[in-house]
Design a protein around this ligand. Structure first.
Ligand code: NAD
Ligand code: MG
Length: 385
Protein backbone atom coordinates (compact mmCIF):
# COMPACT_ATOMS: atom_id res chain seq x y z
CA UNK A 1 0.00 0.00 0.00
CA UNK A 2 1.40 3.41 -0.99
CA UNK A 3 0.68 6.66 0.77
CA UNK A 4 -0.76 9.44 -1.38
CA UNK A 5 -1.04 13.20 -0.94
CA UNK A 6 -3.29 15.26 -3.19
CA UNK A 7 -2.63 18.99 -3.49
CA UNK A 8 -5.83 20.50 -4.91
CA UNK A 9 -8.05 17.62 -3.81
CA UNK A 10 -11.37 19.42 -4.34
CA UNK A 11 -10.87 20.25 -8.02
CA UNK A 12 -11.64 18.40 -11.21
CA UNK A 13 -8.36 16.44 -11.27
CA UNK A 14 -8.21 15.98 -7.47
CA UNK A 15 -11.70 14.53 -7.26
CA UNK A 16 -11.08 12.15 -10.16
CA UNK A 17 -7.96 10.92 -8.34
CA UNK A 18 -10.07 10.36 -5.21
CA UNK A 19 -12.53 8.41 -7.32
CA UNK A 20 -9.68 6.06 -8.32
CA UNK A 21 -8.63 5.76 -4.67
CA UNK A 22 -12.17 4.79 -3.63
CA UNK A 23 -12.39 2.20 -6.42
CA UNK A 24 -9.08 0.56 -5.45
CA UNK A 25 -9.22 -0.20 -1.73
CA UNK A 26 -5.86 -1.34 -0.42
CA UNK A 27 -3.81 0.38 -3.15
CA UNK A 28 -3.37 3.89 -1.72
CA UNK A 29 -3.62 5.20 1.85
CA UNK A 30 -4.45 8.90 1.59
CA UNK A 31 -2.08 10.91 3.76
CA UNK A 32 -2.76 14.61 3.13
CA UNK A 33 -5.39 16.51 1.13
CA UNK A 34 -5.41 20.25 0.42
CA UNK A 35 -7.75 22.85 -1.04
CA UNK A 36 -7.96 26.60 -1.49
CA UNK A 37 -11.16 27.65 0.33
CA UNK A 38 -13.77 24.88 -0.01
CA UNK A 39 -13.78 23.69 3.62
CA UNK A 40 -16.82 21.44 3.34
CA UNK A 41 -15.56 19.80 0.13
CA UNK A 42 -12.14 19.22 1.68
CA UNK A 43 -13.55 17.85 4.94
CA UNK A 44 -15.90 15.50 3.07
CA UNK A 45 -13.01 14.21 0.94
CA UNK A 46 -10.78 13.79 4.00
CA UNK A 47 -13.44 11.84 5.92
CA UNK A 48 -14.37 9.66 2.94
CA UNK A 49 -10.76 8.79 2.15
CA UNK A 50 -9.47 8.44 5.72
CA UNK A 51 -6.90 11.22 5.22
CA UNK A 52 -4.61 12.03 8.14
CA UNK A 53 -3.99 15.71 7.39
CA UNK A 54 -6.17 18.33 5.68
CA UNK A 55 -4.84 21.79 4.83
CA UNK A 56 -6.77 24.75 3.50
CA UNK A 57 -4.96 27.73 1.93
CA UNK A 58 -7.52 30.35 2.97
CA UNK A 59 -7.24 30.96 6.74
CA UNK A 60 -10.83 32.32 6.79
CA UNK A 61 -12.06 28.83 5.88
CA UNK A 62 -10.17 27.18 8.76
CA UNK A 63 -12.91 27.34 11.46
CA UNK A 64 -15.33 25.55 9.11
CA UNK A 65 -12.73 22.90 8.26
CA UNK A 66 -11.84 22.35 11.91
CA UNK A 67 -15.50 22.05 12.89
CA UNK A 68 -16.25 19.60 10.08
CA UNK A 69 -13.31 17.37 11.10
CA UNK A 70 -13.98 17.54 14.86
CA UNK A 71 -14.03 14.07 16.38
CA UNK A 72 -12.12 12.53 13.46
CA UNK A 73 -8.42 11.56 13.63
CA UNK A 74 -7.70 13.89 10.69
CA UNK A 75 -5.48 16.83 11.66
CA UNK A 76 -6.23 20.20 10.08
CA UNK A 77 -4.23 23.33 9.29
CA UNK A 78 -4.54 26.54 7.28
CA UNK A 79 -2.54 29.00 5.22
CA UNK A 80 -0.16 28.64 2.26
CA UNK A 81 2.58 27.26 4.56
CA UNK A 82 0.23 24.44 5.64
CA UNK A 83 -0.11 23.45 1.96
CA UNK A 84 3.71 23.21 1.76
CA UNK A 85 3.69 21.22 5.00
CA UNK A 86 1.27 18.75 3.37
CA UNK A 87 3.73 18.40 0.48
CA UNK A 88 6.65 17.86 2.88
CA UNK A 89 5.00 14.98 4.75
CA UNK A 90 6.69 11.73 3.76
CA UNK A 91 4.03 10.22 1.53
CA UNK A 92 5.08 8.03 -1.40
CA UNK A 93 3.22 9.92 -4.11
CA UNK A 94 2.25 13.60 -4.32
CA UNK A 95 -0.37 14.50 -6.92
CA UNK A 96 -0.10 18.21 -7.73
CA UNK A 97 -3.59 19.24 -8.86
CA UNK A 98 -3.59 22.87 -7.73
CA UNK A 99 -4.44 25.29 -10.53
CA UNK A 100 -1.96 28.04 -11.36
CA UNK A 101 1.38 29.24 -10.01
CA UNK A 102 -0.08 28.85 -6.50
CA UNK A 103 1.17 25.27 -6.89
CA UNK A 104 4.80 26.32 -7.20
CA UNK A 105 5.96 26.44 -3.56
CA UNK A 106 4.25 23.18 -2.49
CA UNK A 107 5.44 21.40 -5.65
CA UNK A 108 8.99 22.50 -4.95
CA UNK A 109 8.64 21.35 -1.33
CA UNK A 110 7.70 17.85 -2.54
CA UNK A 111 10.47 17.87 -5.17
CA UNK A 112 13.10 18.92 -2.65
CA UNK A 113 12.34 15.99 -0.37
CA UNK A 114 12.73 13.61 -3.33
CA UNK A 115 9.09 12.55 -3.64
CA UNK A 116 7.48 10.81 -6.59
CA UNK A 117 5.23 13.45 -8.11
CA UNK A 118 2.23 12.96 -10.36
CA UNK A 119 2.15 16.43 -11.93
CA UNK A 120 -1.09 17.92 -13.22
CA UNK A 121 -0.26 21.50 -12.20
CA UNK A 122 1.36 22.54 -15.49
CA UNK A 123 1.63 26.25 -14.58
CA UNK A 124 4.36 25.39 -12.07
CA UNK A 125 6.53 23.82 -14.79
CA UNK A 126 5.81 26.76 -17.10
CA UNK A 127 6.82 29.45 -14.65
CA UNK A 128 9.66 27.62 -12.93
CA UNK A 129 10.62 24.64 -15.12
CA UNK A 130 14.42 24.94 -14.66
CA UNK A 131 14.06 25.47 -10.88
CA UNK A 132 11.84 22.40 -10.52
CA UNK A 133 13.82 20.09 -12.80
CA UNK A 134 17.20 21.00 -11.33
CA UNK A 135 15.85 20.51 -7.79
CA UNK A 136 14.55 17.10 -8.92
CA UNK A 137 18.02 16.16 -10.23
CA UNK A 138 19.54 17.00 -6.84
CA UNK A 139 16.92 15.23 -4.72
CA UNK A 140 16.15 12.31 -7.03
CA UNK A 141 12.45 13.26 -7.20
CA UNK A 142 10.53 11.48 -9.97
CA UNK A 143 8.25 13.64 -12.15
CA UNK A 144 5.36 11.73 -13.74
CA UNK A 145 3.09 13.71 -16.06
CA UNK A 146 -0.69 13.58 -15.55
CA UNK A 147 -1.60 16.07 -18.28
CA UNK A 148 -3.09 13.72 -20.89
CA UNK A 149 -0.73 14.78 -23.70
CA UNK A 150 2.41 14.48 -21.62
CA UNK A 151 1.24 11.25 -20.09
CA UNK A 152 0.74 9.95 -23.64
CA UNK A 153 4.26 11.05 -24.62
CA UNK A 154 5.68 9.50 -21.43
CA UNK A 155 4.06 6.17 -22.34
CA UNK A 156 5.60 6.01 -25.83
CA UNK A 157 8.89 7.84 -25.16
CA UNK A 158 12.09 5.79 -25.35
CA UNK A 159 13.54 7.01 -22.06
CA UNK A 160 16.77 5.03 -22.58
CA UNK A 161 17.43 6.41 -26.10
CA UNK A 162 16.00 9.94 -26.34
CA UNK A 163 18.47 10.68 -29.17
CA UNK A 164 16.38 8.39 -31.41
CA UNK A 165 13.42 10.77 -31.14
CA UNK A 166 12.82 13.19 -33.99
CA UNK A 167 9.71 14.93 -32.78
CA UNK A 168 7.14 15.15 -30.01
CA UNK A 169 3.73 15.96 -31.44
CA UNK A 170 1.18 17.29 -28.96
CA UNK A 171 -2.44 17.02 -30.02
CA UNK A 172 -4.95 19.79 -29.28
CA UNK A 173 -8.71 19.41 -29.47
CA UNK A 174 -8.95 22.97 -30.80
CA UNK A 175 -11.39 23.90 -28.02
CA UNK A 176 -14.95 25.20 -28.33
CA UNK A 177 -14.04 28.02 -30.77
CA UNK A 178 -12.02 25.97 -33.24
CA UNK A 179 -14.19 27.06 -36.17
CA UNK A 180 -14.97 30.65 -35.09
CA UNK A 181 -13.59 33.81 -36.68
CA UNK A 182 -11.95 36.49 -34.49
CA UNK A 183 -15.11 38.61 -34.98
CA UNK A 184 -17.24 35.77 -33.64
CA UNK A 185 -14.83 35.20 -30.74
CA UNK A 186 -15.31 38.83 -29.72
CA UNK A 187 -18.90 37.95 -28.78
CA UNK A 188 -18.38 34.75 -26.77
CA UNK A 189 -19.39 34.46 -23.12
CA UNK A 190 -17.67 32.79 -20.18
CA UNK A 191 -20.22 29.96 -20.36
CA UNK A 192 -19.39 29.42 -24.07
CA UNK A 193 -15.67 29.32 -23.25
CA UNK A 194 -16.15 26.80 -20.43
CA UNK A 195 -18.24 24.45 -22.58
CA UNK A 196 -15.38 22.29 -23.81
CA UNK A 197 -16.46 19.95 -26.63
CA UNK A 198 -14.58 16.94 -25.21
CA UNK A 199 -13.26 17.36 -21.66
CA UNK A 200 -14.98 18.46 -18.46
CA UNK A 201 -12.41 20.48 -16.48
CA UNK A 202 -11.92 23.40 -14.08
CA UNK A 203 -12.81 26.89 -15.35
CA UNK A 204 -9.25 28.18 -15.84
CA UNK A 205 -8.01 25.31 -18.01
CA UNK A 206 -11.30 25.37 -19.94
CA UNK A 207 -10.71 29.02 -20.89
CA UNK A 208 -7.07 28.18 -21.69
CA UNK A 209 -8.31 25.46 -24.03
CA UNK A 210 -10.58 27.98 -25.76
CA UNK A 211 -7.70 30.42 -26.44
CA UNK A 212 -5.26 27.55 -27.16
CA UNK A 213 -3.04 29.00 -24.42
CA UNK A 214 -3.44 25.59 -22.81
CA UNK A 215 -1.52 24.07 -25.72
CA UNK A 216 1.05 26.83 -25.42
CA UNK A 217 1.53 26.08 -21.72
CA UNK A 218 1.76 22.39 -22.64
CA UNK A 219 4.54 23.06 -25.17
CA UNK A 220 6.56 24.67 -22.39
CA UNK A 221 5.62 21.85 -20.01
CA UNK A 222 6.80 19.29 -22.63
CA UNK A 223 10.07 21.17 -23.06
CA UNK A 224 10.85 20.67 -19.35
CA UNK A 225 9.58 17.09 -19.04
CA UNK A 226 11.13 15.84 -22.30
CA UNK A 227 14.15 18.02 -23.08
CA UNK A 228 14.65 16.94 -26.72
CA UNK A 229 15.03 20.54 -27.94
CA UNK A 230 12.47 23.20 -28.81
CA UNK A 231 12.73 22.48 -32.54
CA UNK A 232 11.54 18.94 -31.93
CA UNK A 233 8.22 20.02 -30.42
CA UNK A 234 5.11 20.32 -32.54
CA UNK A 235 1.36 20.82 -32.13
CA UNK A 236 -1.44 19.44 -34.26
CA UNK A 237 -5.17 20.04 -33.87
CA UNK A 238 -7.16 16.81 -33.55
CA UNK A 239 -10.81 17.56 -32.73
CA UNK A 240 -11.78 14.03 -31.63
CA UNK A 241 -9.11 13.93 -28.87
CA UNK A 242 -8.60 10.21 -29.31
CA UNK A 243 -4.88 10.37 -30.06
CA UNK A 244 -3.53 12.02 -26.91
CA UNK A 245 -0.08 12.76 -28.39
CA UNK A 246 2.67 11.15 -30.44
CA UNK A 247 6.41 10.59 -30.63
CA UNK A 248 8.11 10.38 -34.03
CA UNK A 249 11.36 8.36 -34.21
CA UNK A 250 14.30 8.81 -36.59
CA UNK A 251 13.21 5.83 -38.68
CA UNK A 252 9.88 7.48 -39.46
CA UNK A 253 7.85 5.39 -36.98
CA UNK A 254 5.28 7.40 -35.04
CA UNK A 255 4.08 5.96 -31.73
CA UNK A 256 0.90 7.28 -30.17
CA UNK A 257 -1.22 6.67 -27.10
CA UNK A 258 -4.96 6.56 -27.73
CA UNK A 259 -7.92 6.38 -25.39
CA UNK A 260 -11.27 7.87 -24.51
CA UNK A 261 -11.05 11.38 -23.03
CA UNK A 262 -11.16 10.41 -19.36
CA UNK A 263 -8.50 11.90 -17.05
CA UNK A 264 -8.69 8.79 -14.88
CA UNK A 265 -6.60 6.98 -17.53
CA UNK A 266 -3.51 9.24 -17.27
CA UNK A 267 -4.14 9.69 -13.54
CA UNK A 268 -4.17 5.93 -12.94
CA UNK A 269 -1.01 5.56 -15.03
CA UNK A 270 0.87 8.18 -13.01
CA UNK A 271 -0.53 7.20 -9.60
CA UNK A 272 0.12 3.45 -10.03
CA UNK A 273 3.39 3.81 -12.02
CA UNK A 274 5.29 1.64 -12.80
CA UNK A 275 2.25 -0.63 -12.66
CA UNK A 276 -0.74 -0.43 -14.96
CA UNK A 277 -4.16 -0.80 -13.31
CA UNK A 278 -7.76 -1.11 -14.49
CA UNK A 279 -9.87 2.06 -14.71
CA UNK A 280 -13.62 2.59 -15.14
CA UNK A 281 -13.01 4.74 -18.24
CA UNK A 282 -15.15 3.96 -21.28
CA UNK A 283 -13.36 1.73 -23.79
CA UNK A 284 -12.25 3.20 -27.09
CA UNK A 285 -14.63 2.19 -29.90
CA UNK A 286 -12.84 3.26 -33.06
CA UNK A 287 -15.50 1.83 -35.38
CA UNK A 288 -18.13 4.10 -33.87
CA UNK A 289 -15.78 7.11 -33.90
CA UNK A 290 -15.02 6.18 -37.54
CA UNK A 291 -13.01 9.27 -38.42
CA UNK A 292 -9.94 10.88 -36.89
CA UNK A 293 -9.16 14.36 -38.20
CA UNK A 294 -6.01 16.46 -37.98
CA UNK A 295 -5.28 20.05 -38.98
CA UNK A 296 -2.51 22.59 -38.45
CA UNK A 297 -3.21 25.10 -35.65
CA UNK A 298 -4.20 28.58 -36.88
CA UNK A 299 -1.88 30.99 -35.07
CA UNK A 300 -3.63 34.04 -36.56
CA UNK A 301 -6.95 33.16 -34.94
CA UNK A 302 -5.26 31.76 -31.83
CA UNK A 303 -2.37 34.15 -31.09
CA UNK A 304 -1.99 32.81 -27.54
CA UNK A 305 -0.28 29.75 -28.99
CA UNK A 306 2.14 31.98 -30.93
CA UNK A 307 2.86 33.99 -27.76
CA UNK A 308 3.71 30.78 -25.92
CA UNK A 309 6.00 29.61 -28.73
CA UNK A 310 7.80 32.96 -28.60
CA UNK A 311 8.11 32.84 -24.79
CA UNK A 312 9.50 29.31 -24.98
CA UNK A 313 12.11 30.39 -27.54
CA UNK A 314 12.97 33.52 -25.55
CA UNK A 315 13.48 31.41 -22.40
CA UNK A 316 14.52 32.90 -19.05
CA UNK A 317 11.58 34.50 -17.31
CA UNK A 318 9.45 34.95 -20.47
CA UNK A 319 7.36 31.78 -19.81
CA UNK A 320 6.81 32.95 -16.22
CA UNK A 321 5.59 36.36 -17.45
CA UNK A 322 3.36 34.65 -20.03
CA UNK A 323 1.83 32.39 -17.39
CA UNK A 324 1.28 35.10 -14.78
CA UNK A 325 -0.29 37.48 -17.31
CA UNK A 326 -2.51 34.68 -18.58
CA UNK A 327 -3.71 33.79 -15.06
CA UNK A 328 -4.71 37.43 -14.47
CA UNK A 329 -6.27 37.81 -17.93
CA UNK A 330 -8.31 34.60 -17.59
CA UNK A 331 -9.52 35.64 -14.12
CA UNK A 332 -10.49 39.06 -15.55
CA UNK A 333 -12.42 37.35 -18.36
CA UNK A 334 -14.17 34.94 -15.96
CA UNK A 335 -15.18 37.83 -13.68
CA UNK A 336 -16.63 39.75 -16.64
CA UNK A 337 -14.06 42.57 -16.47
CA UNK A 338 -12.73 41.99 -20.00
CA UNK A 339 -13.77 40.20 -23.17
CA UNK A 340 -12.41 36.96 -24.60
CA UNK A 341 -10.11 38.64 -27.14
CA UNK A 342 -8.60 40.76 -24.37
CA UNK A 343 -6.97 37.65 -22.91
CA UNK A 344 -4.21 37.31 -25.47
CA UNK A 345 -3.98 41.11 -25.82
CA UNK A 346 -3.24 41.40 -22.08
CA UNK A 347 -0.66 38.62 -22.27
CA UNK A 348 1.04 40.21 -25.30
CA UNK A 349 1.12 43.67 -23.71
CA UNK A 350 2.50 42.26 -20.45
CA UNK A 351 5.23 40.35 -22.27
CA UNK A 352 6.14 43.55 -24.11
CA UNK A 353 6.34 45.64 -20.93
CA UNK A 354 7.87 43.43 -18.26
CA UNK A 355 11.60 42.99 -18.69
CA UNK A 356 12.61 39.36 -18.85
CA UNK A 357 15.90 37.90 -17.75
CA UNK A 358 17.35 34.71 -16.36
CA UNK A 359 15.57 32.97 -13.46
CA UNK A 360 17.55 30.57 -11.32
CA UNK A 361 15.75 30.48 -7.99
CA UNK A 362 12.28 30.34 -6.50
CA UNK A 363 12.67 33.90 -5.19
CA UNK A 364 13.47 35.21 -8.67
CA UNK A 365 10.46 33.41 -10.11
CA UNK A 366 8.20 34.84 -7.39
CA UNK A 367 9.50 38.35 -8.09
CA UNK A 368 8.97 38.17 -11.87
CA UNK A 369 5.58 36.53 -11.38
CA UNK A 370 4.48 39.42 -9.12
CA UNK A 371 5.74 42.09 -11.54
CA UNK A 372 3.93 40.41 -14.45
CA UNK A 373 0.70 40.11 -12.43
CA UNK A 374 0.81 43.82 -11.53
CA UNK A 375 1.33 44.81 -15.18
CA UNK A 376 -1.41 42.43 -16.38
CA UNK A 377 -3.86 43.83 -13.79
CA UNK A 378 -3.13 47.30 -15.12
CA UNK A 379 -3.69 46.07 -18.68
CA UNK A 380 -7.00 44.50 -17.64
CA UNK A 381 -8.14 47.76 -16.01
CA UNK A 382 -7.34 49.66 -19.20
CA UNK A 383 -9.43 47.21 -21.22
CA UNK A 384 -12.29 46.91 -18.71
CA UNK A 385 -15.69 47.06 -20.37
P1 NAD B 1 -9.88 23.08 -10.52
O1 NAD B 1 -10.09 24.56 -10.56
O2 NAD B 1 -11.02 22.18 -10.75
O3 NAD B 1 -9.21 22.68 -9.10
C1 NAD B 1 -8.12 23.38 -8.59
C2 NAD B 1 -7.73 22.89 -7.21
O4 NAD B 1 -6.67 23.75 -6.72
C3 NAD B 1 -8.85 22.97 -6.17
O5 NAD B 1 -8.73 21.91 -5.27
C4 NAD B 1 -8.57 24.29 -5.46
O6 NAD B 1 -9.07 24.30 -4.14
C5 NAD B 1 -7.05 24.33 -5.47
N1 NAD B 1 -6.52 25.71 -5.43
C6 NAD B 1 -6.87 26.73 -6.25
N2 NAD B 1 -6.19 27.84 -5.93
C7 NAD B 1 -5.39 27.53 -4.88
C8 NAD B 1 -4.48 28.26 -4.08
N3 NAD B 1 -4.25 29.57 -4.28
N4 NAD B 1 -3.83 27.61 -3.08
C9 NAD B 1 -4.06 26.31 -2.84
N5 NAD B 1 -4.94 25.56 -3.57
C10 NAD B 1 -5.59 26.16 -4.57
O7 NAD B 1 -8.69 22.79 -11.56
P2 NAD B 1 -8.43 21.45 -12.40
O8 NAD B 1 -9.18 21.51 -13.67
O9 NAD B 1 -8.57 20.26 -11.50
O10 NAD B 1 -6.90 21.64 -12.79
C11 NAD B 1 -5.85 21.48 -11.85
C12 NAD B 1 -4.52 21.49 -12.60
O11 NAD B 1 -4.46 20.36 -13.45
C13 NAD B 1 -4.32 22.71 -13.49
O12 NAD B 1 -2.98 23.08 -13.50
C14 NAD B 1 -4.73 22.20 -14.85
O13 NAD B 1 -4.10 22.90 -15.91
C15 NAD B 1 -4.25 20.77 -14.80
N6 NAD B 1 -4.97 19.85 -15.67
C16 NAD B 1 -6.31 19.67 -15.51
C17 NAD B 1 -7.01 18.77 -16.34
C18 NAD B 1 -8.49 18.53 -16.15
O14 NAD B 1 -9.03 17.66 -16.82
N7 NAD B 1 -9.18 19.25 -15.30
C19 NAD B 1 -6.31 18.11 -17.35
C20 NAD B 1 -4.95 18.31 -17.48
C21 NAD B 1 -4.28 19.18 -16.64
MG1 MG C 1 -3.65 18.58 -21.56
Amino acid sequence: MKTLTILGATGSVGSQALDLVARNPGRWQVDALTANSDASGLAAAALASGARYAAIADPAAYPALKAALAGSPCESAAGPEAICEAARRPSDIVLTAIVGAAGLAPTLAAVERGATLAIANKETLVCAGPVVTSAAKVSGAVLLPVDSEHNAVFQVFDHARPDRIRKIILTASGGPFRCLSRAEMAQVTVADACKHPIWSMGAKISVDSATLMNKGLELIEAHHLFPVGIDRLDVIVHPQSVVHSMVEYIDGSVLAQLGTPDMRIPLAYAMAWPERIATPAARLDLASIARLEFEAPDLARFPALALAWDALRAGGSAPCILNAANEIAVAAFISGQVGFLDIDAIVAATLARVASGPVGSLDEVVEVDAAARAEARQQARERAR
